[in-house]
Design a protein around this ligand. Structure first.
Ligand code: C2E
Ligand code: CA
Ligand code: CA
Ligand code: CA
Length: 276
């Protein structure tokens, strides 16, 4: 058995080595991408569930790797977090999104995702304030999306940062609600303006008696009692839209209304105010 174990190790070793090298290449490629402007931001519309008017856009980062093609942010954001590049990337996304949003009609907002790692820097609130001033964007038009991961340790520093951000006047949304380590007590401790119901609850849901519908209804009820809005994420079909609307979600986002789109398209849609 020992020999076989050794054999296995020898067999896998070269591949592991290759994987480590590939990772190193991705790391340096990501640094180059940031420096050379190979990253871009796309915008996905968010619409009012009852009127279907566009209320805002979520900024999502994209990386088109010169050889590998598009790399998913689900892949390179964790890499950026590990190698200490996320603050720079996060700041770039925030600036790009705010500068773009300043060109939209004033009733249309922009949402930007923040990594939990960005909360470790004491500079986050002053960075946000400086970028809003530079972009000449009203703070109330910026929404910051954070995940429960930020709140996990009930860290005083994180709470101070969240209150400092609220003091600037920006909106706060709890992203991917219902997944991960959800604790309802976060909702009482943190002044969120909105919860975003994760797409895993929305996808395929059409029957009001289904378990997913029961859960969505409970989340919407909770949010409304706490004076928070709810966005249903990942709405792809008319059936899903009908269901989340009937369950009281105030806002919807998903491929049914629009995939994340390039700046020019988002600008046109923002000016029109409604998905056709
Ligand atoms: P997220 O913040 O939950 O963003 C929603 C994701 O769902 C996006 O994937 C979006 O393209 C996708 N999506 C939206 N509607 C639908 C739909 O109807 N169907 C399906 N199947 N998918 C839909 P994306 O852009 O690949 O981003 C993945 C994740 O990467 C994001 O999840 C977010 O956690 C992270 N991310 C993206 N951009 C940034 C960024 O600028 N900063 C940080 N820190 N994270 C980012
Ligand atoms: Ca998000
Ligand atoms: Ca989400
Ligand atoms: Ca997510």
């Amino acid at each position: 058995a020992k020999a076989a174990g050794k054999g296995c190790f020898r067999f896998f070793a070269p591949e592991m080595h290759e994987a480590a090298r590939e990772r190193q290449r991705m790391e340096s490629d990501l640094r180059v991408a940031l420096e050379k402007g190979q990253l871009r931001v796309v915008f996905q519309p968010c619409v009012d569930a009852s009127t279907e008017a566009v209320t805002g856009f979520e900024a999502l980062i994209r990386w088109d790797h010169p050889e590998h093609g598009p790399v998913s942010p689900a892949q390179f954001i964790p890499l950026a977090e590990e190698i200490g590049l996320i603050n720079e990337i996060g700041e770039w996304v925030l600036r790009t999104a705010c500068v773009e949003a300043a060109k939209w009609p004033h009733n249309i907002s922009v949402a930007v995702n923040l990594s939990p790692v960005q909360f470790k820097s004491h500079a986050l609130p002053s960075t946000v304030r400086a970028i809003l001033a530079e972009a000449d964007l009203d703070a109330t038009r910026l929404e910051l999306e954070i995940t429960e991961g930020v709140l996990l340790n009930n860290d005083q520093h994180v709470h101070d940062m969240i209150h400092a951000l609220k003091a600037i006047g920006v909106k706060l949304a709890l992203d991917d609600f219902g997944t991960g380590y959800s604790s309802l007590s976060y909702l009482l401790r943190v002044p969120f303006d909105k919860i975003k119901i994760d797409q895993s609850f929305v996808r395929g849901a059409s029957d009001p008696a289904s378990r997913n519908a029961v859960l969505i209804r409970a989340m919407v009820g909770l949010a409304s009692d706490l004076k928070m809005q709810t966005t249903a994420e990942g709405v792809e079909t008319q059936e899903e839209l009908m269901l989340v609307r009937s369950l009281g979600c105030s806002l919807v986002q998903g491929y049914f209304f629009g995939k994340p789109m390039p700046v020019e398209e988002a600008r046109e849609l923002a000016a029109k105010g409604a998905v056709e």
